[in-house]
Design a protein around this ligand. Structure first.
Ligand SMILES: Nc1ncnc2c1ncn2[C@@H]1O[C@H](COP(=O)(O)OP(=O)(O)OP(=O)(O)O)[C@@H](O)[C@H]1O
Ligand SMILES: [Mg+2]
Length: 447
């Protein structure tokens, strides 16, 4: 039982359209259409069958009656004319009595032979004579010929509606028409139900890429409103947290800076002695670390994304690195644009290129659009980072134990900040193997 259900749900998952609107419409409409089709089929079929039976029987009986009248008459021309007249005026049977005629050879059975079957049944029963039927070749009429005597034919060209039920197409049309109208109304209502969900998705996406959520307000059905409200609460909570972090940091950095300044002043008074110099360097380093820490905690500092010519931003970062004497090459299309926070994005590039320059001799920066993303890769030919240590490298204050850079100054925040910035743009940052032999940092940001 369980596997049957799983099979069924897998089938649905695979073949149902992915949109909620289409799905809801199908869930709503499919049973109705199915039920209506079955009901229409059954009812129309039965109705049609019953009416046709009644009509065929009464038509056959009328023909039988005319034959009886003929049998009881003197069979003169005047009698025949009287019978014809009676049949056509009172019963509208379209009767022609033909002398010296014979029945044509039987026709092949028509495709839908229900009419013929009924007529055959009742004509046999009520006339008891050979006959010939053509219900298909005369438009709007049935051609019935009965051989009353040898050489005497009753030919009836009777309109269709005397022989079988017509007019079911009008019913069908109305059913179809009203179904379509109902479907249209259901579609409009469904769309109205789904648009708040789309609003929520858009707002969440904007928030995720660090943009303003606009004038998003929860609306729609209760459940959707609840989800919207939950999103707003979450957004506010996150904003509060960031704010708290910033305020705390501002306090701490202010206090520490004050102490550091006092320290520096004290050192300045001591002059430039050999013992003082290392202390001064330590203070300078402390100040630098403090600034890096501030930059990390401040994050993007509430900066708003704006359209930026990435070609230029990358160019600036690369030139800055080149000025410090490194070999940095660049391969970027001339008109590469994206919505980014300019300062944060600049810091991201500076951190990654700075890392590469610090660890390698040759660095190459490339960028290109791939689908709805911009992908920026920074390759170097340095020692790289083994895959097992890449996750660690992202952690704040982690500097990998690399003999080469033990004496270098750094706080271990560069990658953490870069990752933070990439994520704040709704993108990602990954470390991979570079074809140049060293590390490849791969930044992906939505356009
Ligand atoms: N291109 C690279 N090649 C080899 N190792 C790297 C590279 N980039 C980073 N690393 C390693 O990852 C560690 C973390 O880098 P991260 O940028 O976070 O800190 P940092 O460069 O040491 O300090 P900061 O950037 O804050 O001055 C570095 O200490 C270094 O060992
Ligand atoms: Mg770094």
């Amino acid at each position: 039982m369980r596997w049957l259900y799983q099979l069924f749900s897998r089938f649905l998952e695979r073949h149902l359209p992915s949109g909620l609107f289409q799905r809801a419409l199908i869930i709503l409409v499919a049973p109705v259409v199915l039920l209506q089709t079955i009901m229409t089929g059954v009812i129309l079929d039965r109705h049609w069958d019953n009416v046709t039976k009644v009509l065929a029987r009464s038509l056959s009986r009328e023909i039988g009656l005319l034959i009886d009248i003929y049998e009881k008459s003197d069979k003169t021309e005047a009698d025949l004319a009287a019978i014809e007249n009676m049949a056509n005026r009172n019963l509208a049977l379209g009767l022609q009595i033909q002398r010296g005629a014979a029945l044509p050879p039987p026709l092949p059975a028509p495709l839908f032979s229900a009419v013929d079957n009924r007529l055959t049944l009742y004509l046999t029963r009520y006339t008891g004579r050979p006959f010939w039927i053509d219900s298909t070749h005369q438009p709007g009429a049935v051609d019935i010929r009965v051989e009353v005597e040898n050489g005497l034919i009753f030919r009836l060209l009777t309109s269709n509606d005397r022989a079988y039920a017509a007019g079911t197409d009008a019913l069908l049309f109305w059913m179809l028409f009203s179904s379509l109208i109902l479907l249209g109304i259901a579609g409009i209502f469904l769309r109205k139900q789904i648009s708040p969900i789309l609003d929520l998705a858009r707002a969440a996406k904007r928030f995720g890429t660090g943009r303003d959520t606009g004038n998003f307000r929860p609306r729609g059905a209760t459940e959707v409103r609840q989800a919207g409200q939950a999103f707003i609460d979450m957004r506010d909570r996150i904003a509060r947290q960031v704010e708290q972090r910033t305020i705390m940091l501002a306090g701490v950095s202010h206090d520490l800076r004050t102490v550091l300044t006092r320290f520096r002043l004290g050192l300045a008074v001591l002059g430039n002695g050999a013992k003082v110099q290392p202390l001064k360097e330590d203070v300078a380093e402390m100040q630098r670390m403090l600034e890096a820490y501030i930059a990390f905690v401040r994050g993007d500092g509430g900066e708003k994304p704006e359209p930026v010519l990435l070609t230029e931003a990358i160019g600036t970062a690369v030139r800055t690195a080149q000025r410090s004497g490194a070999t940095v090459t660049m391969g970027v299309p001339p008109e590469l644009r994206a919505r980014v926070k300019p300062n944060a994005f600049g810091r991201l590039l500076a951190n990654l290129i700075g890392n590469a320059v610090r660890h390698a001799a040759k660095v190459n920066v490339m960028a290109q659009t791939a689908g709805d993303h911009v992908v920026i890769t920074i390759d170097d030919d340095g020692p790289g980072i083994p895959p097992s240590k890449r996750a660690d490298a992202f952690r704040p204050f982690v500097r990998l134990d690399d003999a080469r850079n033990l004496d270098e100054t750094g706080t271990g925040l560069g990658l953490a900040i870069a990752l933070d910035i990439a994520r704040a743009h709704g993108g990602d940052l990954r470390l991979e193997d570079s074809p140049k032999g060293g590390l490849r940092a791969r930044v992906q940001i939505p356009v």
